[in-house]
Ligand binder design. Structure first.
Ligand code: ADP
Length: 297
């Protein structure tokens, strides 16, 4: 069961289409990067899955169920830096957050401080913290109640290189401790370093999603779909010449060694078995082109 499933999520602000039918799945135990340049719809997407905004169309499920207050308790989030009190210490700020949110217990605060590596400075005033420490305290607040999932919007924003490296280590450690982590970022490089999976958005459109290896792979990937999903599943096992086959959202990804994929052959094969494809995309070329657009190289 995936932690999160999005199905054709759409959202507009007046004339601006911020999300144009986005679907992907976040597997349990992943660090899932939602990548895209500014304005691509990342914050809108996170706001929807956290029930801050309502989608115009489409649907999402946490642990296979629609969002509810019960489910939300299993999700810690950091959409924007919370308003901590500058004159209070780190630990007192978390006490305030804990009593307002009623997530976790007062006893668990020490443990949270340890996780975000602020135990030694817990009694210092918030105003004396570096930006990196402030951001780690904010992640501490999101960790109250020991949620299974953490949702972080641009957690490295404004940090210097040392702060960015510390954040990277923290995310890796939280991942090791078993949290599934969803991160929005516009930094391709950062996402590549910490994430196991990635979805790439551009002006509200999902360009690609999958494991980092798949997305950054040198292989050819052909993406197909058919109305008759069951028959397609059955016949694809007999298709020769591919290295891997994977269901990704609504579609199948068929992997080939670089330069060996022949979309027309797959199409003919499926047709010969009585399955008409409703979707056929050669991902490699598209991905490369989009990646250049995305990174501005
Ligand atoms: P990102 O987080 O990737 O930078 P956003 O989700 O913030 O992207 O924005 C996606 C698009 O929606 C952008 O074109 C942005 O200008 C627009 N947008 C976001 N919030 C609003 C809003 N409250 N009103 C109007 N347009 C908005």
């Amino acid at each position: 069961m995936p932690v999160l499933q999005l199905q054709q999520v759409e959202k507009s602000y007046g004339q601006i289409k911020a999300l144009k039918g986005v679907s992907f799945e976040v597997p349990e135990g992943s660090v899932y990067g939602i990548l895209g340049p500014n304005g691509s719809g990342k914050t809108t997407l996170l706001s929807i899955i956290l029930d801050v905004l309502k989608a115009d169309n489409g649907d999402y499920k946490w642990f296979g169920e629609p969002g509810s207050p019960e489910i939300r308790k299993q999700i810690g989030s950091l959409l924007e830096t919370p308003n901590f009190y500058h004159y209070l210490s780190g630990i007192n700020n978390l006490r305030v957050t804990q009593s307002i949110s009623e997530r976790g217990s007062l006893q668990s605060i020490e443990e949270v401080l340890k996780k975000v590596k602020l135990s030694e400075r817990k009694n210092s005033r918030f105003s004396s913290y570096s930006l990196g420490m402030k951001q780690r305290l904010a992640i501490g607040a999101a960790l109250l109640g020991n949620p299974r999932v953490l949702v972080l919007d641009e957690p490295t924003n404004g940090l210097d290189p040392v702060g960015i490296a510390e954040m990277r280590e923290l995310i890796k450690e939280l991942h090791k401790q078993g949290h599934t982590i969803i991160i929005a970022s516009h930094l391709l490089d950062e996402v590549e370093k910490v994430c196991t999976h990635v979805a790439i958005l551009k002006t509200g459109e999902l360009l690609i999603s999958g494991t980092v290896d798949e997305v950054l792979t040198d292989e050819d990937i052909i993406e197909i779909g058919a109305e008759d999903d069951e028959s397609l599943t059955r016949i694809l096992e007999d298709f020769q010449g591919h290295t891997k086959l994977k269901k990704e959202g609504d579609y199948f990804h068929i992997f080939f060694e670089k330069g060996t994929a022949r979309p027309e052959e797959i199409n003919a094969f499926c047709f010969s078995k009585g399955v008409r494809l409703s979707h056929l995309v050669f991902r490699k070329q598209r991905l490369e082109a989009k990646f250049f657009e995305l990174t501005g190289n």
